[in-house]
Design a protein around this ligand. Structure first.
Ligand SMILES: [Zn+2]
Length: 205
């Protein structure tokens, strides 16, 4: 690749207000009432990874440099502008998210690619393999426990309409007690893992 394009899902915090409706966890964590804003944590990870990649000499572009919740269409346009500039085979795009569900029981990291088999699939498989090697299979949410496929297909606009190879990562469920600890108290694990895999992806043809 010639450049890594990174985006964080949703908006951030502007003057104390989380600008995106929903996409948060309200509740107890470590005995305290908290509000976990997904878009703010997406940005926390995004900026950490950008700083670390830059330190390692990896060329990286921030697709969502603002805290406003910009449209999916605008995100796609920004990625595709990089595809035109660098060539679509030379850009890798990742969108960073943290998940949520109505029940506490669902947990685990997930990686999504666009529908069907594309060049994005082998890279997502690579990320999944690296993840399981570092954090173990129980922290990864597979389609089927016996499946070798780490990546899941989803018809997300930012994956469907971007020209380059791409993935969307959901690091864990804010609604699950164990994953919430991974998100809030072990954010650096996520930053370093993503830095390591994205550095390797940057070296790929
Ligand atoms: Zn999200």
């Amino acid at each position: 690749m010639k450049i890594i394009a990174l985006g964080s899902g949703h908006g951030g915090i502007i003057e104390g207000q989380y600008v995106t409706p929903g996409k948060r966890y309200y509740g107890l964590h470590g005995g305290k009432q908290i509000q976990l804003a997904e878009g703010a944590f997406n940005r926390y990870v995004l900026y950490g990874v950008i700083a670390q990649l830059h330190l390692r000499g990896v060329k990286v572009a921030n697709i969502t440099p603002e805290d406003e919740d910009i449209s999916l269409r605008a995100r796609v346009m920004r990625v595709n502008a990089l595809c035109r500039k660098y060539g679509k085979n030379n850009v890798y795009y990742m969108s960073i998210h943290h998940n949520s569900f109505t029940s506490d029981s669902v947990f685990g990291t997930e990686i999504f690619t666009s529908l069907g088999e594309t060049g994005s699939d082998p890279i997502a498989e690579f990320i999944g393999e690296r993840f399981v090697k570092r954090f173990g299979k129980t922290n990864f949410r597979m389609n089927n426990v016996n499946s070798k496929e780490y990546s899941k297909d989803a018809n997300y606009q930012v994956l469907r309409n971007t020209y380059c190879r791409a993935s969307l990562m959901e690091w864990g469920f804010m609604s699950n007690t164990y994953d919430r600890t991974r998100i809030i108290d072990k954010t650096q694990d996520e930053v370093i893992f993503l830095t390591d895999v994205l550095e390797e992806i940057y070296q790929m043809e």
